[in-house]
Write a protein that binds this ligand. Sequence first.
Ligand code: AMP
Ligand code: MG
Length: 339
Amino acid sequence: MQTQVLPVNEQSIALAAQLLRRGELVALPTETVYGIAADARNPEAVKKIFAAKGRPQDNPLIVHIAGMEMLAGIVSAVPERARRLAAAFWPGPLTMVLPRGPEVADVTCAGLDTVGVRMPSHPVVQAVIRASGVAFAAPSANLSGKPSPTNAADTLADMDGRLPLILDGGDSAVGVESTVVSLAGEHPMLLRPGYITREQMEDVLGEEVLVSHAILEKLRPGETARSPGMKYKHYAPKAEVTILRGSWAHYQAYLADHAGPGVFALCFAGEGARLPVPAIEYGAEGDGAAQAHRLFTALRELDKAGARVVYARCPASSGVSMAGYNRLLRAAAFRVVEV
Ligand code: AMP
Ligand code: MG
């Protein structure tokens, strides 16, 4: 299959809409990362997403809508908590897990009785949803297990020959996937951290949002994940990544001891020049949003630079920083060393 990369304009949006209505795939920019869209109601279309990504069939997809009226048939109820979070954060990088409606294809939700829905704010996704009239399932546009792409070039690197069209809408502003919160249980529960924080949701809801322990810990053998995506190895570059938790001085000293061929640092902005090994930077210390924006691109840059062993500076684990920390932990297969 030939993959076209087109700039965003009226013609390319019309083509994307036509492909989606025909049950084909389209890769496109969102404010979080680039996604691969297919009609969420059409099982044959959605199966093509799993094939293009090499994604395990038991990992459910998020359904994207452009207005509250599109929830009809997709979810079976809109709880009060969902209305409040939608009023505060939609359109935006927040996915809510809700009771599933009758029209979503089984394969979209991996057979669960819930469905993740999101109303993205990116004007290109909104335009494609409006032009096609299709609520689409859209996971990140990477091959399964690789870092999510945040621009059209990284999307093409993974998806060339696997789908007909990539819309190039520039860099994704947020850089990590949406926050996922479950509103299908007794208490709201954070399943994946993102740009919208637990603390922001607690302010709106006036109650505690529980945190799924799979966010910051490895699942125990035999345990089932509340968010099936949590059990997979994720975001992994080719290099072996280890997170070093401790002060800047201890980090520097550790790298001085461990320098060698193929050894790289993944450090905060402005630190690289003061290290004894080649370094890729990923946002200033303490700036969780800047770290999230850079992290996946930085992981891909490490691959391109030929890194074999990477020592990463450890971000904070609350607020927006939790999003980057959660992804970095998976990229590092949970290897954390106290220095
Ligand atoms: P991605 O599409 O790659 O951004 O991944 C979607 C994430 O949302 C995965 O981690 C899924 O496990 C999670 N997710 C999607 N739908 C549901 C659902 N119905 N229940 C729990 N988690 C979900
Ligand atoms: Mg993904």
